[in-house]
Design a protein around this ligand. Structure first.
Ligand code: OAD
Length: 255
């Protein structure tokens, strides 16, 4: 990746300092690029991205899971191991430190299913696409509604002893609804923030991608941190070509 000149962060740092004086003044939307420097692959980066190597229809859809539960479960088990072994990077830590310095100012919204923001000190992170480390039932349990996935019979995937219902990872698959209330909370956050930072997302997936334009229409300053062009660069007032771990510390430290 050709080293692009370090962007001038002065104007945006001033905006962030002013926004930090207001409850809910700063919102952040992150995507897979946020965790790339922690060793977790993105989805659409050429070659290295998951969707460049695997078929999302087979692995990230209910139909794909029903067609071959074992293959999908194994794939998520490998990704789960990757998440457990990963550590928050300097970008996650800079957001966590900002959150501690300015209680009630930051609202962090993520498309990521890892737990690196939470481990970096922002347990309230709004998860738009679920949690890869969580289990849930594929369907409603027919025999004993309310039974916990922890009681499932071991297997790949585990299944209900009574009705055979399968356990699946707690992530949002293509064509599925977002977790209850997550989108509404994210929309409220971008409606009231003065600065929205958009970090490490291609802007290819909606409704998450729509949050940048919504923030701009609500009068917020929108800044994008991404080494490459994204589909929502047009919604930004500031486009910073660089990485999450490289730019977020410089952007937030001392603010
Ligand atoms: P993508 O893989 O589509 O985009 C990752 C973005 O991160 C790209 O624009 C990269 O240029 C950028 N990037 C790469 N390395 C970076 C770094 N070190 N620092 C900053 N940016 C970097 O991932 P998402 O936009 O998150 O959906 O994808 C959105 C959704 O599509 C995901 O949440 C997932 C996927 O299908 C669901 O799971 C429902």
């Amino acid at each position: 990746m050709a080293a692009s000149p370090t962007p001038d962060l002065g104007p945006l740092r001033q905006r962030l300092a002013a926004a930090a004086a207001q409850p809910g003044g700063v919102a952040v939307l992150t995507g897979a690029g946020m965790s790339a420097e922690s060793g977790i692959p993105t989805f659409r980066d050429a070659m290295s991205g998951l969707w460049a190597r695997f078929d999302p229809a087979q692995l990230a859809s209910e139909d794909g899971f029903r067609a071959d539960p074992g293959r999908v479960w194994t794939w998520y088990a490998e990704r789960r191991d990757g998440v457990r072994q990963a550590e928050p990077n300097a970008g996650h830590l800079a957001l966590g430190a900002f959150h501690r310095r300015h209680p009630g100012v930051l609202t962090l919204v993520t498309q990521n299913v890892d737990d690196l923001h939470q481990r970096a000190g922002v347990p309230e992170t709004i998860r738009l696409h679920g949690d890869i480390l969580a289990d849930q039932w594929l369907g409603p349990c027919r025999k004993s509604p309310g039974c916990a996935t922890a009681q499932a019979e071991a297997g790949e995937p585990p299944r209900c002893r009574d009705c055979g219902n399968l356990v699946r990872p707690g992530v949002v698959w293509f064509g599925e609804m977002l977790p209850e209330g997550a989108l509404e909370a994210a929309q409220r956050a971008v409606d009231r923030c003065r600065v929205l930072l958009v970090v490490g997302t291609s802007g290819a997936v909606w409704p998450a991608a729509g949050l940048a334009g919504r923030a701009r229409r609500a009068g917020a300053q929108v800044a994008i941190v991404n080494p490459h062009e994204s589909e929502i660069d047009g919604d930004a007032h500031h486009v910073l070509r660089g990485t999450a771990a490289g730019l977020l510390p410089a952007l937030l430290e001392g603010v």
